[in-house]
Design a protein around this ligand. Structure first.
Ligand SMILES: [Zn+2]
Length: 419
C-alpha cells in the first residue's frame, strides 16, 4: 500500500514534490525575487517598504514529472479581497468559457437540472453558460469578484474550496454531476483538501474537469512568464496520472486547448469503466521523450537567459536613440517578464491596458510602472510598444494596426520579434 502523501502545504518554502513527495528535485531556473503578480498598488498605498518580494525557483521532480515552484505564499495574500482578475473582460477568454461549458454539457451527456460546481468561480462567467444550458450551478470564490457573480444571480460561496464548504453544498444542493476548475487546480496549496472535497461532492458516475497551463507548451513556447506564485504547479500528464491514481480516480481523457497560450483540458471520473482516450495515451507517450531529460530542461533554461539578453539589448538601443517605449497589456505574467528582465519605470513610461480592466490607475509593485487606459496609445504614438500579452500578439497587433497605429511592437517571446 502506498504511504500517506502530504498534499496540503503551509506558507513557506518546500523541498519535496507537491504530488509524489519525492526529494529528487532538480532546479530548472531561478527567476529572481518577484512581487505577487496580481497585487497592484494605488497611489495611496504605494510605498516601497510595503512591497514584499518572494523568490521564484522553478524545480522539476525527477520521479513523477511535475514542475513546481518552491515557495508558497500565504493564500490570503495571493487571493486578497482586491484581486483584480476577471475573465469575462477578455473577449477571447469569455468565448473559451462558453466553449468549455458547451463541450462538457455535450460530451459528458449532462442533463437539465444536473448540479455543476465551479471551483474558483470568479465573476460567475463559466457558470452563467452552464446555467443557460439548464444546469443548476454553485460557485466557490474566495475573492471579492464573487459579488459580480451574485449580481448575475449565480449562487456563490465566498470562501476557499474545502471540506467545510463541500459538506455545506451537499446538504443544501445535493451532490454534483460535474465539478469544474479553469486555471485554478494548479494554484491551490491545499490540494489534499481540494481532493477530499471533490470526493465528498461527486455523485455516482460524475466528473471533475479542469484546465491548466500545460508543461509541454510552457517549455515549447518559452512561457517562463507563467511561473509565478499563483502557479504552484505546472502539470505534465505523467504527474496528473500519479495524483489521480493515488486518489483512486480515473484520469481517462486529456487534450490540448489554446487557452492562455496552451493548456491541457483534463477529464477525471469516479467511473472506473471509462477507457483511456487515444489523445491522453498520445500525450503520455510523447512526454516520455522529454519529461525526464535533464538536457531538455537545460536547453529551456539557456533559451530563457538568451531571450533576456536580447530583450535588454533592444531596450538599450531604443533608450540610446532617445526613442519612446511603453508597454501594452497587463496580464499577471507581465509582472514576471518585467521583473525577471529588470524593466522598471526608467525603461517603460507606462503600460497601456484595456479600458475595462480593474488594474487601471494602479502601479506594478516594486517596478513602479503605472497602468493606464490604452486609448493613450493613439495620442502618444510611441516609437516602440513592448507587448506583454505576447501570447495574444495577433489579435492585439491587428486591432491597433486597423486603427492606424504605426508604432513598432516588440514581441519578447518565444523569440524576440519586432513587428
Ligand atoms: Zn513528484
Amino acid at each position: 500500500m502506498m504511504k500517506n502523501l502530504i498534499h496540503d502545504f503551509d506558507e513557506g518554502s518546500i523541498n519535496i514534490c507537491q504530488i509524489c513527495n519525492s526529494e529528487n528535485l532538480d532546479l530548472v531556473i531561478h527567476l529572481g525575487h518577484q512581487p505577487l503578480a496580481n497585487t497592484f498598488l494605488d497611489e495611496n498605498s504605494y510605498n516601497k517598504e510595503t512591497v514584499k518580494l518572494y523568490p521564484i525557483n522553478v524545480l522539476r521532480c525527477c520521479n513523477c514529472g511535475l514542475v513546481q515552484i518552491d515557495q508558497i505564499v500565504k493564500q490570503r495574500d495571493v487571493y486578497h479581497p482586491g484581486y483584480p482578475y476577471i475573465p469575462s473582460i477578455t473577449g477571447l477568454v469569455d468565448f473559451q468559457q462558453k466553449e468549455f461549458a458547451q463541450n462538457c454539457f455535450e460530451s459528458l451527456n449532462l442533463k437539465k437540472g444536473d448540479l455543476v460546481i465551479d471551483v474558483g468561480s470568479n465573476d460567475g462567467n463559466l457558470l452563467n453558460y452552464f446555467k443557460e444550458l439548464g444546469c443548476r450551478v454553485v460557485g466557490v470564490e474566495p475573492t471579492s469578484t464573487y459579488k459580480i457573480a451574485k449580481k448575475k444571480g449565480i449562487k456563490t460561496y465566498n470562501d476557499f474550496f474545502n471540506e467545510k464548504i463541500a459538506k455545506k453544498i451537499v446538504s443544501l444542493h445535493g451532490k454534483a454531476k460535474l465539478i469544474t476548475a479553469t486555471n485554478v487546480f494548479a494554484h491551490m496549496s491545499t490540494m489534499g483538501s481540494v481532493m477530499r472535497s471533490i470526493d465528498l461532492l461527486l455523485d455516482k458516475n460524475s466528473f471533475f474537469v479542469f484546465e491548466n497551463h500545460y508543461l509541454g507548451n510552457v517549455i515549447k513556447d518559452m512561457q517562463y512568464d507563467t511561473f509565478y506564485h499563483e502557479h504552484l504547479r505546472t502539470y505534465s500528464a505523467h504527474s496528473l496520472k500519479f495524483l489521480f491514481n493515488y486518489y483512486k480516480l480515473n484520469f481517462y481523457n486529456a487534450y490540448k486547448v489554446p487557452r492562455y497560450g496552451g493548456s491541457l483540458r483534463c477529464f477525471v471520473s469516479n467511473n472506473k469503466s471509462l477507457k483511456k482516450s487515444d489523445s491522453l495515451k498520445k500525450i503520455i507517450k510523447n512526454e516520455q521523450n522529454w519529461l525526464f531529460s535533464k538536457t531538455h530542461f537545460n536547453i529551456f533554461k539557456n533559451h530563457i537567459i538568451e531571450s533576456r539578453n536580447k530583450l535588454k539589448d533592444k531596450i538599450y538601443q531604443i533608450k540610446n536613440k532617445k526613442q519612446s517605449l511603453v508597454g501594452k497589456a497587463c496580464p499577471a505574467r507581465a509582472v514576471v517578464l518585467l521583473s525577471y528582465n529588470n524593466i522598471t519605470k526608467n525603461e517603460l513610461s507606462y503600460i497601456a491596458e484595456q479600458s475595462t480592466s480593474l488594474k487601471l490607475g494602479l502601479k506594478i509593485p516594486s517596478l513602479n510602472i503605472p497602468i493606464i487606459d490604452s486609448e493613450i496609445l493613439m495620442k502618444d504614438k510611441p516609437d516602440y510598444i513592448l507587448l506583454l500579452a505576447w501570447h495574444l500578439k495577433k489579435p492585439i497587433i491587428n486591432k491597433w494596426r486597423s486603427r492606424g497605429l504605426k508604432s513598432k511592437f516588440i514581441v519578447p517571446l518565444p523569440n524576440l520579434q519586432i513587428i
